[in-house]
Structure formats: structure tokens, C-alpha cells
Design a protein. Structure first.
Length: 431
């Protein structure tokens, strides 16, 4: 009995061995091997997929799909350097939008696996830019949002190239009055004198940019702590014909550098958020140090419904001037944002500011009202916002009058963001 049992087992083993030998000798052409590698990836057999992909690459180093499969399989196995190298080669070999999309997407996945989420976001922008259709573009955007939410770094970039009718904050008039006290003492009446080119408004082209970045170094379900850095710079090219050829646009260039800390806490049953920001920085004007400052801002939001949100804020700032007077500023604000059934969003805000300075001419109190509406429906492919506001500023002291000075300003603006013009996720805005 044992003999026959052993014979049956041996026969079965022999049949299996023959079957395995027969399978091992099956020859697959490159397309079949590539498809087998894809199936292996789909079934979670990363080592098998990698072995097939390496065979394809050895046969043809310019096989882009083999490099994509190799990159994905190596990443799934946690072997990052070969995965990154394969993805880099795939990007270099890519010729079409679909190929560049696939290479950019796998590169972003590898970088995200490494924890390099900022670089992953840049590659996802590349993927969206090269997506061959809307469906794949939306997938890249979805992945971008996913990575962004998990990235402790957040960076905002702004670039400006725009005409400016008053680059130097000069006077719209060509004359001004001499100090009233001197005029009355010497002449018994107000005396006007002509302003030089630099004191009058000068038109030009503004060229500038800014970067704001924060690193979220600690977070809980209800709180967040951020370290912040910001830099900005703008310079000008003069377009007016001036009598004084020595005046240059760079004379009015303005730059800033600031470091700060931010704190956020959800409250009011998660319907509100308290925010505290502290920032210290230095500004430059015309290439020279202008002022150092320390600023503290607090803000409380409260969402009473899905369509309505209130916002209350306060600000304290101390400025130490190098080319401008020292200045202390206190500000308060309150605003409401309201969504409407039409999909439009309205805004109304009230702002109050007061300053103190050793220089009486720098002290003022100001009240500003501002309202606006953002339209849901695009106009000529652009998301449009309309704004309207007014401010009243009161100076107790003025060199032109013993009664001080009252400035009233009414302003309006229209901002159009062209959503149909998209380059790597950036949209041009005109105000």
C-alpha cells in the first residue's frame, strides 16, 4: 500500500515539475512581457514586475514604458534610488503629452514617498500641465490637493509686471505750499513753490515678486504652530519724460525681509478659528535701509452658517525708522463674508487705525469702509471681483495749515483672474 501511495505522489510531483519546466520555457515577446509586468504590478507582485521591467530595459534602454514600470515597482518595494533614476530616464525619453504626464506622475509619487512633498507638488503641476485630457488633468489636481494637505511646507509666489501711475508716491500737483508758519513769519501769507520732478507723481512700469513660506512644525487635531519667512522686492522702469536725467526707477525700489511665528486653534465647536501671528522684519527703499518693525496680529473667525462668516481682528506694530520716523500703530477690524443663492459672494469690512510718532506729521487716525462682491459666473473666462471703498484720515498736525489736514479717499477696483490661462497651475490676474 505504501509503495502505491509513494508511486502516486511521485507521479504528481513529476507532472508538476514538467508543467513548471514547460512554463519556464515559454518565450514572451516584448509586448507580452510588458503586459505581464503591468499585470504583476496590478496584482501587487512588485518584485516580479521589476524583474520583467529590468529585462525589458536591458533589451532596449530607450523603452520608456519599461522605465515607468521599473520606477513604480522599485517604489512599491521601497527601493527609492533606482525608482528615482528610472523615473528621471522616463522623463528624458518622453516625447508626447501622455508620456510626459505619466513620467511626471510617477516622479511625484516617488518624491511623496520620500517625504519630499514640495518637490512632489511641482511635479504634479507638470503632470497637470502635460495631461492629454481633462480627466487625467483632474486626477493630477486631486493628487496635488492630497499632497498639499500633508505637506508641512506651504509656499506662495507672486509676480508683478504692471503699469503704475505713481511709482514714487508723489504729488499729483506741480506746486505746493511752503510751511505755513514760515510763510506767515516771512511773507504774511501762504506761499506756493514749484515741486521738482522727484516730488511729483512719476509714471512707470512696476516689476516685482514675492515669496511667502511657512513650515508647520507642530500640529494636533485642533491646533497648529508655524514658522514663517517672507521676502518681497519691487523696482520700476520710468516711462515719463523727466527734466532730471539722474532720477532712476531703482531710486524707488522697495524690498522687505521678515521672519515670524503663527498659531492657529479651532474653537466654537469647530465653527471658528483663533489666529495669532508675530512678525519681525526689515525694509529697504532705494537700496538703503528704511525701517525695522515688529508686528503682532490676532484674528477670530466665526462661521454662523454655510454661507456666512464673521471676522474680527486687531494689530499692534512698532516701527524703528532708519530713513523714516519711528511709528507705533494700533488697528482694529471687523468684517462679514456672505454667500448668496446665486453663488456670488459678498464682503463688507470696517477698519480703524491710529498712530503715534515723535514726528507729529506722521500721526493720524483713520477709518476705512470696504465692500466687494465676487461673481460665481465667469466673465469672458475670468473670475471677476468688484471692490468699492472709502477712507477718512485725520492729521492733527500739518505743515500747510495750523488746523491740521483731512484726507478723504474714495476708491474702486476690479480684479480678473483668468482661469482659462493656466501655466503649471498659475493664473494671470489683472487689477
Amino acid at each position: 500500500m505504501r509503495f502505491w501511495r509513494f508511486t502516486r505522489i511521485s507521479a504528481v510531483a513529476f507532472c508538476i515539475s514538467c508543467a513548471l519546466s514547460a512554463d519556464a520555457q515559454v518565450a514572451l515577446d516584448p509586448n507580452e512581457l510588458r503586459q505581464a509586468a503591468i499585470v504583476a504590478l496590478r496584482d501587487g507582485e512588485a518584485p516580479t514586475a521589476r524583474r520583467y521591467a529590468e529585462a525589458l530595459v536591458a533589451r532596449d534602454p530607450s523603452d520608456l514604458n519599461a522605465h515607468l514600470i521599473l520606477a513604480r515597482a522599485a517604489r512599491d518595494m521601497g527601493d527609492i534610488p533606482p525608482a528615482r533614476a528610472a523615473a528621471r530616464t522616463a522623463w528624458q525619453l518622453a516625447d508626447t503629452d501622455a508620456e510626459r504626464y505619466s513620467a511626471a506622475l510617477i516622479t511625484a509619487q516617488i518624491l511623496s514617498t520620500e517625504g519630499k512633498r514640495t518637490r512632489a507638488q511641482l511635479w504634479l503641476r507638470r503632470a497637470a500641465q502635460n495631461a492629454p485630457n481633462d480627466l487625467l488633468r483632474e486626477r493630477a489636481k486631486r493628487d496635488f490637493r492630497y499632497v498639499k494637505q500633508r505637506n508641512p511646507w506651504k509656499t506662495d509666489l507672486t509676480f508683478t509686471f504692471a503699469p503704475n501711475s505713481n511709482i514714487n508716491n508723489g504729488s499729483a500737483r506741480d506746486t505746493s505750499r511752503l510751511n505755513y508758519a514760515i510763510s506767515e513769519l516771512l511773507f504774511g501769507e501762504p506761499i506756493e513753490y514749484e515741486l521738482n520732478d522727484e516730488a511729483q507723481a512719476i509714471a512707470g512700469i512696476e516689476i516685482g515678486g514675492s515669496v511667502r513660506t511657512r513650515y508647520r512644525f507642530h500640529q494636533t487635531p485642533t491646533t497648529a504652530h508655524d514658522a514663517k519667512l517672507s521676502l518681497s522686492y519691487r523696482t520700476f522702469s520710468i516711462t515719463d519724460d523727466l527734466d532730471d536725467d539722474s532720477i532712476k526707477g531703482s531710486d524707488f525700489a522697495f524690498g522687505s525681509l521678515a521672519f515670524g511665528y503663527g498659531y492657529r486653534r479651532l474653537n466654537l465647536d469647530r465653527k471658528g478659528e483663533f489666529a495669532l501671528d508675530v512678525e519681525g522684519g526689515q525694509t529697504w527703499y532705494g537700496g538703503s535701509r528704511y525701517a525695522s518693525y515688529l508686528r503682532s496680529q490676532t484674528q477670530q473667525t466665526w462661521r454662523t452658517s454655510a454661507q456666512r462668516q464673521f471676522r474680527f481682528g486687531g494689530e499692534l506694530e512698532r516701527q524703528w525708522g532708519q530713513a523714516t520716523p519711528d511709528l507705533d500703530t494700533v488697528g482694529l477690524s471687523a468684517s462679514i463674508t456672505q454667500g448668496y443663492a446665486s453663488g456670488n459672494t459678498g464682503f463688507f469690512g470696517l477698519f480703524a487705525t491710529t498712530t503715534q510718532s515723535p514726528n507729529p506729521g506722521s500721526e493720524y487716525t483713520e477709518v476705512m469702509l470696504r465692500t466687494g462682491i465676487a461673481l460665481k459666473k465667469p466673465i469672458a473666462g475670468a473670475a471677476v471681483q468688484f471692490g468699492l471703498g472709502a477712507s477718512w484720515r485725520d492729521y492733527d498736525y500739518s505743515r500747510d495749515s495750523r488746523d491740521g489736514r483731512r484726507d478723504t479717499r474714495i476708491f474702486a477696483d476690479v480684479t480678473a483672474t483668468f482661469k482659462d490661462i493656466d501655466y503649471y497651475g498659475f493664473n494671470p490676474t489683472v487689477t
